[in-house]
Each structure stands twice: as structure tokens, then as C-alpha cells.
Design a protein around this ligand. Structure first.
Ligand code: AGP
Length: 622
């Protein structure tokens, strides 16, 4: 997922732009660049493949001066990660510069047409087509002598004329050499927000670069374009014209994007989970009615009562959370739930009953498969809600309503606090639907009390950190792991395996514990540890039997058990203790040592924990 930063105001633009690029590093990238313009119209462009540090080295030799600027971190789609393909891209003979996040599907025919017009291309990117196309449209529009007096509308018109020819998605910012006192920003399918300062404006793909500069933001919606100067911001819609934009408060605290006392963002976010779970529940537990309450479902209780089936969809960790939600909602609300990989749902065309309600579950709100699945189900006429972390994200904007996780920025690529917040929100949804249907007041209050105890339980689970680190030292060299659990802890096993895979690059598989007998047990040997999730519950004895089957075949066993467990420790090679909690909340507590185990193994293996190889924080392409 690319990252965009822009600035216009009295400051030295490059300083904010580089700061902003560092704040967006977590999105994953393979090249970066910056362009600034001086009031005299001197355009400087510095860009390079690799990390932002390389860009900073180049800037120390060739400073980019000026109070207007744009910058970009690129996750290569069209064209390899090279210096030439890095953004910003120049339009015409240097008349303008563009940074872009998204994919232009019809860039090839446009490129051929522009080449026929005489434009020379220096990259293999779709974005360079946008730059030259805007330049071509500028040349076709008679421009007033005094653009400022015309409020830069002719500039906006030329950009809109170019955008109208594009098929695909974009969040982009354009800077003009002849008019260094204005930036034009536009959005269709890729997020773009504008921070409002005092006599200055900040632009970014998400809120993290703005923290510490402003908490007043305008989130552009699809088909909107912004004309931004140091002291003014005008938003226009490509059909409706002028838009009275609303300024929202950016709810990201400064500490949320700083590492603080932690070595990695992932560890910081693992330890933030008691607070992020409190935030997920804040104001949503209704003890007066022994239920949960949400402000954004946009459906009446009568409409929600008529729902016959829930369809939960997502990708990766969010899909695991959906599986947890299936167990929770079917157990507590007796409401049928179906879970689908979003990448499958978008093409599978399943028969959906009329009263099926979709929840798209996503941390970033930008995952392409999840967005496509949401659009497909909406196209069939179903109400589609989002469970999302990033305010103003594309899925948050396109869903018919939903529930924000309020987990704060999740910067580590491996999702941790978002997962436990998703499971917490789904537990509250299970309570809500249960109380719409058959759960009694007392039932509801028992669930509310269990939820209220949850942050403290997670704090206790975090006390297993040292144990997890010691166990990690014992098994960090292994090349295969199995994660095994039953019922609510089957999805937790999948999630634990994914955590290990994605940050330590060790092969790991999660299975329902009973499934071992149907083939995977052939994998067991002395070098393949099996992690058993076996907190006290209805299937404990069954899982213990599976553990014994592994031990009988010489496989090392790590058991995650409730404090005081005396049985599993007779068989397991290593034990990690967690507090006991209601079964429908167990994934939220049981996953904590799995996150810690994966983290410590990855650190011991010298992996880039926050930015694992090949991965991006949000997969915005198919
Ligand atoms: C989880 O650790 C991974 N980073 C990945 O599986 C992620 O959960 C998936 O890409 C979905 O992302 P989303 O929640 O932002 O939609």
C-alpha cells in the first residue's frame, strides 16, 4: 500500500515530508521520493529505490527547498522498485509533479495516446501517465493570467478533465511549478486526508503523519477534489460542485505512533491490548438493558431482529477473527453465521438468503479483496456493515454503517491488537443479537461482567512474556510448528500459526486438534513443536488426549493452559499459563502468548519484526 504526504504553508516542506514518510513506513514500501517547489517556482525532485534512509542521504547532498511539497512511499505494482519508477512523477517538461496511491487500469492506451502527442516517458508506472495527462489537459485549457484571482478553479478543471479519463483508483496530490502556492488533491478509492493547521495544510494517506501537527482533519470522499493553499481549503465534487466539507477530530494520540520504551511496534501493540480492548468496549456495554449498543449500525432493532443469517468476511487475521465471531454469535445468539474469505466471496457468487447481513472485518479498511467482497454483496442488494479500525478508510466509507475498533494506529505489519479488538467487538455483537432474541437479562449481565473483566485477564496473560521468551529460545531454530486447538481455539490456533509464519518465516500450520489423526500427525517428529491451546473448558479432556497422541510419537509439546492446571503439565515439555475466562472470550486471552512467542522467535532469528519481508500492512491490490 503506497503512502502519500503533502505540505503547503510557511514551514520548510521537506522536514514535514520526511517525517511523514517515516510515519507511513509501516504500510510497506520499496522506494520513496520527495518533490518541493520554491516560491520562485524552482522544482526539486529527489527519489530512490530502497529505504527512506537512502532518500535522506541523497537529500543531504541535494537539499529540496521550498514551502510546498509532496512525497511518497511506493509499493510497486506497475514497474519494478527502481529510482525511475519511484514517485513523484513529472508531467510535461517539468510543469508539475504528482504522487499517487492506487491502480490505473487503462494506463496503457492513455500512454500510447500521450506518446503520440509527443510526451516522453521515463518510467514503467501508471502514475506517470496521470502526470502527463494533467499537463496535456492544462495545455488544452486557456489559463487566466491571474490564477489566484480565479481561485485556481481552472487548475482544478484541468485535473478533473484528466481524472475523468482514468479507470481505476487514486488518491493523488499534484503540485505546479507555475503556481507553487497551491496543491490539488483528489480521491477515488484510495484514502486521502487533509490536516488543517493555522496558515498551513498537511496531506496524507492516513492520520499518522499528522499527529503532533494538527488534530483537525478533512477526509476526502470518492470523486472529491481539494484546492489547497496555505490559508484556504476548498472541496469540490466532480458532479455536485462545491462541497461543504466537515472537519473531524483526529483521534490519534501522539504516543500512539511513537515506539516509546519498546524495541518494536509489534511488541508495543501487544502490550497495548488491555487498553485497546477497553476502548473497543467504551460506551458500548449497556448494563441498564443487559446488552450492547452501537452507534453506527444504521439499522433499527426491528430490522436487526429480522436478520436470519450473518455473513462475515475478511482476509488473514481478520478472517480468523470472523471465525471466532462465528463461534461466539452462534453460541450466544443462536443466529446462523457463515464465514468467507473475502478473496473467495468476491467471485464465488454464493446464494444469499434475503435477510442476510454482511460484516466486512478489516483493520486497515483498504484491503482490496475485502472491499470487492463488500461491493459485490451490496450490489446484490444486501445491507453491508464494516468492522474497521481506520476512520475514513474506503471500507468505512463504502459500508452502510459499522463499528470502529478504536484500537489506534496498528503500525506493526503483523496484526495483534486489531485481532483482539475485532474479537471483542464480535463478542459484543453476539451479546446484542442474543438479547434481541432469546438471552435473558441475567444472561446478558453475565456476559457484560465477563467483558468488563477481560482487560484485566489480558494484563495477566501478558505476564507470560518472560516464559514465552524462554520457550522461544528453546525452539527458535525449528523449521516447522503445529498449532492445535478446538472450538473457539481452533481459529486461535490458525492465528497463532499465522503470526509465527509472517514474522519469523517459519512454516507453521493451525488445525482443529482432532484433525491431527487425519493426516497431519505424520508431520510430527522431535524437531516439530506442537503448540496446544487448552484452557479449561468443555473440550479440555479431548485436547489433552490429542496432546498425548503427539507425545507418544516423540513430538515436543508446548501447552497454553489455565493457571493451576495440573494435568497438561504432566505431559507437556513446556507450559504457558493464562488466566481462566469464559469460553467465548478465550481467543482474546489465549492469543496473547502466541503473539509473544512469535515475536520472540522472530527477534531471535534476526527478522524485521515490524516490516517482514514480502508483506505490506494492507494489501490494496488483488
Ligand atoms: C495479519 O497479521 C496480516 N498482516 C494480514 O493477514 C492482515 O490481517 C490481512 O491482510 C487483512 O488486513 P485488514 O485487516 O487490514 O483487512
Amino acid at each position: 500500500m503506497c503512502g502519500i504526504v503533502g505540505y503547503i504553508g510557511p514551514r520548510d516542506a521537506a522536514e514535514f515530508l520526511i517525517h511523514g514518510l517515516h510515519r507511513l513506513e509501516y504500510r510497506g514500501y520499496d522506494s520513496a521520493g520527495i518533490a518541493t517547489i520554491t516560491p520562485q517556482g524552482r522544482l526539486t525532485v529527489v527519489k530512490a529505490a530502497g529505504r527512506i534512509q537512502r532518500l535522506e542521504e541523497l537529500l543531504s547532498e541535494r537539499p529540496a527547498s521550498g514551502c510546498t511539497g509532496i512525497a511518497h512511499t511506493r509499493w510497486a505494482t506497475h514497474g519494478a522498485p527502481t529510482d525511475e519508477n519511484a514517485h513523484p512523477h513529472i508531467g510535461g517538461d517539468g510543469a508539475l509533479a504528482v504522487v499517487h496511491n492506487g491502480v490505473i487500469e487503462n494506463f496503457q492506451p492513455l500512454k500510447q495516446r500521450l506518446q503520440a502527442e509527443g510526451y516522453l516517458f521515463h518510467s514503467a508506472t501508471d502514475t506517470e501517465v496521470i502526470a502527463h495527462l494533467i499537463d496535456s489537459c492544462l495545455k488544452r485549457h486557456p489559463l487566466p493570467a491571474d490564477m489566484a484571482a480565479a481561485e485556481y478553479r481552472p487548475l482544478a478543471a484541468a485535473v478533473q478533465a484528466a481524472l475523468a479519463q482514468l479507470q481505476g483508483t487514486y488518491g493523488l496530490v499534484v503540485m505546479f511549478r507555475q503556481w507553487p502556492e497551491v496543491l490539488i488533491a483528489a480521491r477515488l478509492g484510495s484514502p486521502l486526508i487533509i490536516g488543517v493547521g493555522h496558515g498551513e495544510h498537511f496531506l496524507a494517506s492516513d492520520g499518522s503523519p499528522l499527529v503532533g501537527y494538527t488534530d483537525q482533519v478533512v477526509c476526502l470522499s470518492d470523486h472529491e477534489l481539494a484546492i489547497v493553499t496555505a490559508g484556504s481549503l476548498r472541496v469540490i465534487h466532480h458532479e455536485q460542485g462545491h462541497v461543504d466539507h466537515s472537519v473531524q477530530r483526529l483521534e490519534i494520540e501522539a504516543g500512539a505512533v511513537e515506539l516509546g520504551r519498546f524495541e518494536h511496534y509489534m511488541l508495543k501493540e501487544i502490550f497495548e491490548q488491555p487498553e485497546s480492548i477497553r476502548n473497543a468496549m467504551r460506551g458500548r456495554l449497556d448494563a441498564h438493558n443487559a446488552t450492547a449498543k452501537f452507534g453506527g449500525l444504521n439499522l433499527t432493532p426491528q430490522q436487526l431482529r429480522s436478520v436470519d443469517r450473518l455473513l462475515l468476511t475478511g482476509c488473514g487475521t481478520s478472517w480468523h477473527a470472523a471465525l471466532v465471531g462465528e463461534y461466539q454469535i452462534e453460541a450466544l445468539a443462536r443466529l446462523p453465521v457463515e464465514v468467507e474469505y473475502a478473496s473467495e466471496l468476491r467471485y464465488r457468487n454464493p446464494p444469499l438468503e434475503r435477510n442476510t447481513l454482511l460484516f466486512a472485518i478489516t483493520q486497515s479498511g483498504e484491503t482490496a479483496d475485502t472491499l470487492a467482497a463488500l461491493r459485490e454483496v451490496k450490489r446484490k442488494g444486501h445491507f453491508a456493515l464494516g468492522i474497521c479500525n481506520v476512520v475514513g478508510s474506503t471500507i468505512a466509507q463504502e459500508s452502510d454503517g459499522g463499528i470502529y475498533l478504536r484500537a489506534g494506529p496498528e503500525i506493526g505489519v503483523a496484526s495483534t491488537k486489531a485481532f483482539t479488538s475485532q474479537c471483542t467487538v464480535l463478542a459484543m455483537l453476539a451479546l446484542y443479537f442474543g438479547r434481541l432474541r432469546h438471552l435473558s437479562f441475567d444472561d446478558g449481565m453475565r456476559i457484560i461482567e465477563a467483558l468488563r473483566r477481560l482487560p484485566e485477564k489480558v494484563e495477566q496473560a501478558l505476564e507470560s512474556n518472560d516464559t514465552c521468551r524462554h520457550i522461544a529460545e528453546k525452539y527458535a531454530e525449528c523449521n516447522n510448528f503445529l498449532y492445535l486447538g478446538r472450538q473457539y481455539n481452533f481459529p486461535t490456533a490458525l492465528e497463532g500459526a499465522l503470526k509465527l509464519k509472517e514474522i519469523s518465516y517459519i512454516h507453521a500450520e493451525g488445525y482443529p486438534a482432532a484433525e491431527m489423526k487425519h493426516g497431519p500427525i505424520a508431520l510430527v517428529d522431535a524437531h516439530t513443536p506442537s503448540v496446544f491451546l487448552m484452557p479449561q473448558g468443555s473440550v479440555y479432556s479431548k485436547v489433552l488426549a490429542n496432546l498425548q497422541e503427539i507425545k507418544a510419537r516423540g513430538g515436543p509439546v508446548i501447552a497454553v493452559v489455565c493457571s493451576g492446571d495440573t494435568q497438561a503439565r504432566q505431559w507437556a515439555d513446556d507450559v504457558i499459563e493464562i488466566p481462566s475466562v469464559e469460553e467465548y472470550l478465550q481467543p482474546i486471552v489465549t492469543v496473547i502468548p502466541l503473539q509473544l512467542l512469535a515475536y520472540h522467535i522472530a527477534v531471535l532469528r534476526g527478522c524485521d519484526v515490524d516490516k517482514p519481508r514480502n508483506l505490506a500492512k494492507s494489501v490494496t491490490v488483488e
